[in-house]
Every structure is written in structure tokens, then in C-alpha cells.
Write a new protein. Structure first.
Length: 240
């Protein structure tokens, strides 16, 4: 009973974060759910739940979506997702988590210390961000960091950044879910936990959207980078 309550509480907190920022479900859910279930259960469960939030936010903020960036990121991620799923099924996740964690901590630390000005990125960096997002999404269920950093460093308003992220995650999550289903990873246990967590998910979305209205454009950008830094630290803590 206590384990079930803990899982529901984790989903509530993760849904609040994604409702607030348009991303971040995995920042809370993946490392904490790992205390109660294996990664091959937590990853597909997390993607199923996160898909609902991303689809809703995409519809809610549809007028602010940068469709060109979102679809370029998605197209590049499609190449990376199958590679990520292959890694998840055949390669220990610990080494990959440590490597990704070091990169995220180092990069975001540089951003906070150097404080470079936001600037627009060309198609090559958009493609690169999408590809690595797909690899991480398919392997660790955390597709966010490359794309979150990409949008946070752009000179965009918070609505444009959040809407574009939500659109990208909605599209990529659907692809990841289909890939997980084809790989036999959507088990009865995953679907049971999914149904159990839905009420907490909906409550978290509502609360997160309410809090979002209080953020400024710069505050949103700083929060995005801070969350990527936090995820990197959590990944290192759990795997070293």
C-alpha cells in the first residue's frame, strides 16, 4: 500500500513539473520510480503518462508552436529512437546514465557561470538535438535534455518554448510508445500502473498550468536549465 502511494505521489509531482514547464516528467519520475520498479517497467510507464500531458499542452498552446523546429527535431529523433531502444534492451543503462549525467552537469554549469546570450540556432544543431533526444528517449526514457537546452538557449518567449517542447514531446512520445509496443515492453504490469496513476496525473497537470502563469520569459529559461542540471546530478548520484 505504501509503495503504491509513493508511486502515485511521484506521478503527481512529475505531472506538476511538466504542466509548469512543458517538459520534465522524466526528471522526477524516472529516478524515483527506479526505487520501486525496474527500468524496463518504469520507462514505458513514464512515456505513456508523459504523452497525455504533452498532447494536452500542445493543443492548449497550439498558436505558439514553432512547427518548423518541432518537426525538424522529430524527424531527427526518429533516427535516434530505434538506436536507443536497442541500447536499452542490450546494453547496461548505468554507463550510459553516467555519461549523459556528466555532460548535462558540465553544460548547464557553463551556462549559469558564463551566462551567454540566447541566440537562434541553424538546422544542423536542430537536427543534432533531435537525434540525441531520440537516443535518450528510446534508451533511458529521458528524451528531454537535448531539446530542453535547445529551446532554453533560443531567444524565444516562454509560450513559444513551452509550446514547441510540448509539441515535440507529444509527437516523439507516440513514436516511442509504438516502438515499445512492437518490442513487447507494454506489459500487463505497465498498463495496470498506468491506469492507477491517471487521477494523480490529471491533478498534477492542472496545478502545474496554474503555476506557469506566474513565470517570466527569463524565469522560464533559467528554470529549464536548472532542471537539466538537477537531472544530471540525480543520474550521477544513482549510478556512481
Amino acid at each position: 500500500m505504501l509503495e503504491t502511494l509513493a508511486i502515485v505521489a511521484i506521478v503527481l509531482a512529475a505531472a506538476f513539473l511538466q504542466g509548469l514547464t512543458g517538459f520534465g516528467f522524466g526528471l522526477i519520475a524516472l529516478p524515483l520510480l527506479g526505487f520501486f520498479m525496474g527500468i524496463k517497467t518504469s520507462v514505458p510507464l513514464m512515456v505513456l503518462l508523459a504523452a497525455i500531458i504533452s498532447i494536452y499542452l500542445s493543443l492548449r498552446l497550439r498558436k505558439s508552436i514553432d512547427l518548423k523546429s518541432a518537426f525538424t527535431l522529430l524527424a531527427a529523433s526518429l533516427i535516434g529512437i530505434p538506436l536507443g531502444v536497442y541500447i536499452l534492451k542490450r546494453v547496461p543503462a548505468q554507463g550510459l546514465s553516467i555519461c549523459v549525467g556528466v555532460i548535462m552537469v558540465a553544460f548547464t554549469s557553463y551556462q549559469f557561470l558564463a551566462r551567454p546570450k540566447p541566440r537562434s540556432f541553424g538546422k544542423r544543431l536542430t537536427v543534432l538535438a533531435g537525434f540525441f533526444s531520440g537516443v535518450l528517449g528510446g534508451s533511458l526514457g529521458v528524451s528531454g535534455p537535448p531539446v530542453i537546452v535547445y529551446t532554453a538557449l533560443q531567444p524565444w518567449t516562454k509560450d513559444r518554448a513551452k509550446a514547441t517542447l510540448a509539441c515535440f514531446f507529444a509527437l516523439s512520445n507516440v513514436v516511442i510508445i509504438a516502438t515499445h509496443a512492437a518490442s513487447g515492453m507494454l506489459t500487463g504490469e505497465v498498463l495496470h500502473l498506468y491506469a492507477l496513476c491517471l487521477p494523480a496525473l490529471l491533478a498534477g497537470i492542472f496545478l502545474g498550468i496554474k503555476a506557469y502563469d506566474r513565470l517570466s520569459d527569463n524565469g522560464y529559461r533559467q528554470l529549464a536549465l536548472a532542471l537539466v542540471f538537477t537531472l544530471g546530478c540525480m543520474m550521477l548520484y544513482r549510478n556512481i
